[in-house]
Design a protein around this ligand. Sequence first.
Ligand code: FMN
Ligand SMILES: CCCCCCC(=O)C(=O)O
Length: 376
Amino acid sequence: MNNQVLPESEKAMLPFTHREWERRAREKLEIGPYSFISGNAGMGETANSNRAAIKEWKIVPRVFRDVEKRDLSIELLEKKFSTPILLAPIGVQKIMHPEGELASARAAADSRIPFIASTMSSYSMEEIASVMGDAPRWFQLYCSKDKEITKSFIKRAERSGYSAIVITLDSSVMGWRVQDLENNYSPFRLGIGLANYFSDSTFCSKLVKPPAEDFAAAFSIFSKINTSASLTWEDLEFLRENTKLPILLKGIVDPRDAKLALDHGVDGIIVSNHGGRQLDGSIAAIDALPKVCYVIGGKIPVLMDSGIRTGTDVIKALALGASAVLLGRPFAYGLAVAGEEGVKQVIRNLITETEVSLGLSGYHSIKSLDRSLVVK
Ligand SMILES: Cc1cc2nc3c(=O)[nH]c(=O)nc-3n(C[C@H](O)[C@H](O)[C@H](O)COP(=O)(O)O)c2cc1C
Ligand SMILES: CCCCCCC(=O)C(=O)O
């Protein structure tokens, strides 16, 4: 599939619904990778709640309001974007397609949708940046136990044109992912998702031999320093001191944490429960959103992910106060099914459905959306 341009006949046959993308991805992938993407923590209750809660919110459309022209543009961190959609940080994309992040980053760049590159990417952040030209990109950081590595990642992200740092906080340890345990599957053990580490001079300075010559030793060191479970609010100071880029915190669902984030001067937060992959039985992200937005009071942007599948989901999240949403698994399935073209098609479908839903709701712009559009 490398660099493959799909023939028009195949493009026309690409799916429109999330269910069908997922079905085709399942057909295409081995059970290990497929379950890693689709799987959740524990009994999958958080993931189920994400969808159930979005469904519980209902749109109450308005009429006679001139929706001839519809404007999806937003402003975020002092930059203008043509839609309120970003691609969520998703690691290990080579398990979905050989071109992995390079394909999805190109698709995001083509649609001018910000791409958030994961720490656990299967291509390095520089390789990803190199296919994006000047298109918007952010870097998602898992803070390493080794602060020098964290610093090095931040500097590399700055040098390669990433314009914000997203720090994920809901993954101090890996969630209890039963399907991966049953399948005895881990992309990391296969060396996938470690590109940022293996291309890092600070990380490599700790090795006797380069990762290509002694994978076992490199993997063992990676496993020891990968993420830190001892972080506290004090560590934000260290991060702030080490970059002038905007910092967003991902994985906030409690309004008290939102308030702390605000008090600590972060530039944005992302309400997320990691799509239900981390803590099972936690609050649905969309249900956490209104209270978080209330305490933030519009002072910094509040983004949201976990369960966004359709244009109406986007509209609901924005009406409940989100400044923008992150698209997760839908684009991962698009990538698995048809590489770059699949991701482009998933994005196109979502943007078009969002625009149609905005108009049908009786609103002409994202800016004009308000809380009264949705009820439970
Ligand atoms: C396969 C996979 C890998 C992910 N990797 C990361 C990651 O490296 N960093 C991160 O912050 N979130 C990661 N996420 C979580 C997403 O950023 C996002 O929060 C989640 O996919 C939202 O849920 P949804 O896909 O059900 O909408 C990952 C999600 C998936 C499905
Ligand atoms: C210790 C957390 C590692 C997570 C790896 C990638 C990820 O975020 C995922 O959801 O999978």
